[in-house]
Design a protein around this ligand. Structure first.
Ligand code: IMP
Ligand code: MG
Length: 171
């Protein structure tokens, strides 16, 4: 029987997302900020984060379906490439959760080829247990040692993205 155990409340999420939005607003003052949300998982976080940021910024969406190969030969398959010309922009990649780090490190390499002024990472959850590729995560709302969580955009087989809070999934 599938069990959903409450883990992070709506209130805790709201507080952390607001706080992260304030930090980003002050760090990116006077810069050309582009929030680039990674589909699909980041869509709920992105919607709240953009409204917690008080400076002007652009929004884009990136869809990555898979990656293959080693770091040097990694190929990304995009379901949606960025629409905005990111050259000279200060890109902030917005993710739901960093797990192995493989998706984001490949995406970082790709974004860098577009000659942005800077590229950094903002994730709702930074999960450490299975990290394979070391990446620099500048903003993270919550840290998780291990487990599989759902809700607030995060899915299990495409379900549970709609839950307003975050739950530990026990199968
Ligand atoms: P990775 O960092 O390349 O391993 O990929 C991270 C992606 O795996 C996330 O963007 C999620 O789509 C998915 N993922 C990893 N851990 C979880 C979890 O606990 N719940 C839901 N999705 C997860
Ligand atoms: Mg994701």
């Amino acid at each position: 029987m599938t069990q959903l155990i409450p883990m992070i409340s709506e209130e805790e999420i709201r507080t952390q997302v607001k706080e992260t939005g304030h930090r980003i607003s002050s760090d990116y003052e006077g810069k050309n900020l582009v929030l680039a949300g990674v589909l699909k998982g980041a869509f709920v976080f992105l919607a709240d984060l953009t409204r917690a940021i008080t400076i002007d910024h652009e929004i884009d969406l990136i869809g990555v379906s898979s990656y293959s190969g080693t770091t040097s030969t990694r190929e990304m398959t995009f379901t949606k490439k960025p629409d905005i010309d990111l050259e000279g922009k200060d890109v902030l990649l917005v993710e739901d959760i960093v797990d192995t780090g493989n998706t984001l490190s490949a995406l970082l390499e790709y974004i860098k080829t577009l000659n942005p002024a800077s590229v950094k990472i903002c994730t709702l959850i930074n999960k450490h247990e299975r990290r394979e590729t070391e990446i620099d995560v500048t903003y993270s709302c919550f840290t998780l040692e291990k487990g599989f969580i759902v809700g607030y955009g995060l899915d299990y087989n495409e379900l549970y993205r709609n839950l307003p809070a975050i739950f530990d999934l026990k199968l």
